[in-house]
Design a protein around this ligand. Sequence first.
Ligand code: MG
Length: 391
Amino acid sequence: MSGSRPDVCAIVCAAGSGSRAGFPKNKLLVPFGGETTLFRTLSAFDFPAISEILVPASETDFDEISSLCRRFPRTRAVKGGETRAQSVYNALKQTESAIVLVHDGARPFVSRAVVEGCVESVLRGGSGICAVPATDTVALSGGDGKISSVPPRSSAFCLQTPQGFYTKDLLRAYERAFSAAEPKSYTDDSSVYADYISAPLLCAGSRDNIKLTYAEDFASAYARTGFGVDTHAFGKPQNHVVLAGVKIPSDSGFIAHSDGDVAVHAVMDAMLSAAGLKDIGFYFPDSDDEWLGADSMLLLERVRRLVEERGFAVKNLSVAIQAEKPRLKNYIDEMRRSLASALGLDANAVGITAGTNEKLGYVGEGKGVTVYASVLLRALPPLPLCEKTDL
Ligand code: MG
């Protein structure tokens, strides 16, 4: 007991295979942006009001989950079962805490407020089932393809987790469920509690508290935006500039260590920034002769690889060029195609706009060009996982 509050145990279910996501391993253990979903879910419960966290794990994942648990205080893996219900039952038998919250490992975005509200509901009324009002109309079907009944939408709720109970009540419910003559299969704890203890109480869930089930859920849930800027000055005796990999006639070239492709430099910084990596100066320092006169499109290829290794791919890209000269109008489509092809995108996923600076400042005086780039990354399993899953 901490103070007068009963101890609270969180059981974070992680013993499934996550086969619906189509990943070659437990979806909770696939890293996105450097961290796994299970890590994020455990982080959500890592605050003082939670006295212990138990993580049911399959035999295959037991060692990996155990070592992940060691990164958190008061957290350990326990043996999972064949079904979710068996896993929860196994974990329940291993806690001394008075209150238990059962949570899906695949709901990493649960907030502290939702968790605390769930505990409050247990203290007030013996149970707390996080839920949100249904926005779609819900229908029940007997499995024959026909709708058997449609509850009024105002009384329909989508149940989430955590689901909180007094441990002794839920344990008793599971003991009875497993000793039943014909054991039912349960997909959540509220229905076990409802069958053997009493009608559970609803409490506030959240629309952010989504369950990551399919590969697309992961791709959008972990999407990231990034922004990059670069400027280069004219002054190299040269009859062209290179922008987005396209050679454009110009009365002067850009002063640069590389080929001076200011557009690609802005794009690379936007991508690296979105993925939480360092900037291009770190990966391609101008003190290193390896990058002297480098083709920036080859550097972009490397950046694409770095970002993919981190678990991301570009979804779309937006580039704004500020240049008094040269005139770019006739090259925009070629530049779009060039960037799209380098990033494995449809040309429609790349937008490029160009404008002058109304003769103001260094751009307006024709001394240099500035490019802004903004990018949206979708998450994908990091290499080499994604090569196997054909996402
Ligand atoms: Mg640059």
